[in-house]
Design a protein around this ligand. Structure first.
Ligand code: ADP
Length: 682
């Protein structure tokens, strides 16, 4: 028997392994099983090169649990005593302390950095044995033992068969790794697609109401997963079946892409476009990353562009530096190339479906949309490709590409400043009347009701030239797309003021909501009263909800316009009746206001150009008195209008109808409206 110290420059590697690798202890199993797979693959290579003449036989790798031990056995190429010395005993371990300090939470990084795969066994074992017999002719079987100190022993032993058994004497505080269920789930997680069969215990069957072992090995992996096979040999059903295996709970995927690259990096995989549920976040990180069929992780940020983390499926590449920490990934040039490649593949695939089967593309657009929009918003190169197949949907359910849509609306929706106006609604029912009004004008209205559409609208306004998006309810129809300058006013200033004051006085008080009342000639067939909301303010508020740093807008009240239709009979009637009832009172007040205003204007005119001290105090006093008088008179007038308006049920009714049409009439106000309506029809 030979004794020795493991060749590490640092005092003792084992406490380090235990102490620093707090998390991820479970990956020891992945490391050991993949070592066994490597040893088996290498043997197969030797056979194919004619360098090994013996029988390969059954190459199944066995994982076995005993009372205190976990064993991984392979029939791979095994190790000689010299090889153990070379590959196991000598570990390059310089600069270890700094590195360990930096990556103490990242077992992957440490294992990768030091080539410590095998030593990860000491994360869970107090003692490890290697019993191995090399495939070399006449090789002597050897047993290596190490109890977690730098000391090891190596001695000859008996082993009938070629290959290696790694025996872990599991630590007392790691007993979970002796549980069948735990190991079973770890094997499922990390080893499901390894290329050599892996047996864990025996297949079970039901006998006399109990599960009992059969003779047959329980193989836990699929050695030939779908992504390693030729696309030409596969049917749609195969892809769907594989998807179900990966995500048993998910809906059927929309499309998939089979990736297969050899140059300038190696990458295989299958990416699925899932049906994205409304909440994007829940759908992230479903892609599984493999390195030569060994599962590594399901968090692929940094490897694929952000929007592609919404995809599902598997990626397998030996070229992605899997054993390094996340922060390495972003700067790795292979990773960047892979990311660009995947983006291109994904857009090519979408492009080809769009081209070859537009009907199918349109049918799936609703599910694809969030994904494509997200890509366009976050990835410039994706926008450049997607702009040719991304679709608009209008309120009639028709689909258009960006170019098609532009052609459609160009003639009728260009305003006097040569800006092309895109009209949109975000709710077909809530904005029904506005949509109808726009359609009656021959306009087309887009439906922008997706989670990301507010942001898409802003993006497209920047990308397209001389274009503005405006929601159908952001103004009265004639002002949505202004084709010629102004229409003449139909009302006198006084009349307008009267209307405005009357209606304003009857608007219900609403929390965080302000109204601006104005009059407009909209034609006698249009609604008597409309409510609109300025595009700019509304959009700022919407952006504030989805974007940090804009809370200023979020705090602002909602600003609405109450627009009275001066052409409508009901509005005219209100005005006529008001004149009849109130003019006896308001006219004299108005006259006084006019006189006072005239006098105050004269005084002001006189004073222009004069210095303050040149103006006599008497004049200043008079002006102050006049201003105050005008204000008082206006208040009196307002009170008269407001008093009148409060007794005119038509005003209230018109306001409420407009609110109702916008879903803004609620609670007590709604109740009052219903009561008043009943009184009116009695
Ligand atoms: P890595 O696999 O990254 O080289 P490890 O520490 O996992 O590092 O293994 C060190 C070496 O030990 C391997 O390169 C291989 O030569 C040898 N080895 C480990 N496990 C086995 C095994 N089951 N059969 C044969 N050789 C093995």
């Amino acid at each position: 028997m030979q004794k020795g110290n493991i060749g590490v420059t640092t005092e003792n590697i084992f406490p380090v392994i235990k102490k620093f690798l707090y998390s991820d202890h479970e990956i020891f199993l992945r490391e050991l099983v993949s070592n066994a797979v490597d040893a088996t693959q290498k043997l197969k290579t030797l056979v194919s090169m004619g360098e090994y003449q013996g029988e390969l036989g059954d190459l199944t790798i066995h994982v076995n649990l005993d009372k205190d031990t976990l064993t991984v056995s392979d029939r791979g190429l095994g190790l000689t005593a010299e090889e153990i010395d070379k590959y196991i005993n000598q570990i390059a371990f310089s600069g270890a302390n700094d590195f360990l300090e930096k990556y103490k939470n990242d077992a992957n990084a440490i294992i990768g950095h030091f080539g410590l795969g095998f030593y990860s066994a000491f994360m869970v074992a107090k003692k490890v044995e290697i019993i191995t017999k090399s495939c070399k002719e006449g090789a002597q079987a050897v047993k290596w033992t190490c109890d977690g100190s730098p000391e090891f022993t190596i001695e000859d032993c008996d082993k009938a068969d070629r290959g290696t058994d790694i025996i872990l004497y599991i630590d007392d505080d790691c007993k979970e790794f002796l549980e069948e269920a735990r190991i079973s789930s770890l094997l499922k997680k990390y080893c499901s697609f390894l290329p050599i069969p892996i047996a864990f215990g025996k297949k079970k069957e039901w006998k006399d109401g109990k599960q009992v072992d059969t003779e047959e090995d329980n193989i836990i992996n699929d050695t030939c997963p779908l992504w390693t096979r030729k696309p030409s040999e596969l049917k749609d059903e195969d892809y769907k079946k594989f998807y179900r295996e990966l995500y048993p709970m998910a809906d059927e995927p929309l499309f998939w892409i089979h990736l297969n690259v050899d140059y300038p990096f190696h990458l295989t995989g299958i990416l699925y476009f899932p049906k994205v549920k409304s909440n994007i976040e829940l759908n992230r990180n479903k892609i599984q990353l493999y390195c030569n069929q060994v599962y590594v992780t399901d968090s692929v940020e940094g490897i694929v562009p952000d929007f592609l983390t919404l995809l599902h499926g598997v990626l397998d590449s030996p070229d992605i530096p899997l054993n390094v920490s996340r922060s390495y990934l972003q700067s790795d040039s292979n990773v960047k190339k892979i990311s660009t490649y995947i983006t291109k593949k994904v857009s090519d695939r979408l492009q080809s479906i769009f081209k070859n089967d537009r009907k199918q593309f349109e049918e799936k657009w609703n599910d694809l949309k969030i994904f494509i929009n997200y890509g366009m918003l976050t990835q410039e190169d994706f926008y450049d490709r997607a702009k040719d197949f991304a679709l608009f949907t209008d309120t009639d359910g028709k689909y258009y590409t960006f170019d098609e849509y532009k052609t459609l609306i160009k003639d009728n929706q260009t305003d006097k400043d040569n800006t092309l106006i895109y009209l949109y609604a975000n709710h077909k029912d809530e904005q029904y009347s506005y949509i109808e009004a726009a359609k009656n004008k021959g306009y087309n209205v887009l439906l922008m009701n997706g989670q990301l559409d507010i942001a898409v609208v802003s993006m497209l306004e920047q990308k397209f030239e001389k274009v503005r998006f405006t929601r159908v309810d952001s103004d009265i129809i004639d002002r949505l797309i202004v084709k010629e300058d102004h229409k003449e006013q139909v009302l006198e200033v006084q009349e307008e003021e009267a209307l405005s004051l009357m209606f304003r006085s009857q608007l219900p008080q609403m929390d965080k909501t302000d109204f601006h009342v104005s009059t407009q000639a909209m034609g006698e067939n249009a609604m008597p009263v409309m409510i609109t909301q300025s595009e700019y303010m509304r959009r700022m508020k919407e952006m504030a909800n989805i974007q940090a740093g804009m809370s200023f807008y979020g705090e602002m009240p909602d600003m609405f316009n109450l627009v009275l239709n001066a052409d409508h009979k009901l509005v005219k009637d209100v005005l006529a009746d008001e004149t009849k009832v109130c003019s006896a009172q308001t006219n004299p007040i108005q006259q006084e206001i006019d006189e006072a205003t005239q006098r105050s204007n004269e005084l002001r005119k006189n004073q222009t150009g004069k210095k303050d001290e040149e103006i006599p105090t008497s004049e200043k006093d008079e002006l102050n008195t006049l201003d105050k008088k005008i204000e008082d008179l206006k208040k009196q007038k307002e009170a008269i209008y407001s008093d009148y308006a409060s007794k005119n049920p038509v005003i209230k009714q018109l306001i409420d109808l407009a609110l109702l049409q916008n879903g803004m009439l609620k609670g007590e106000a709604l109740n009052n409206f219903v009561k008043r309506s009943i009184e009116l029809i009695q």
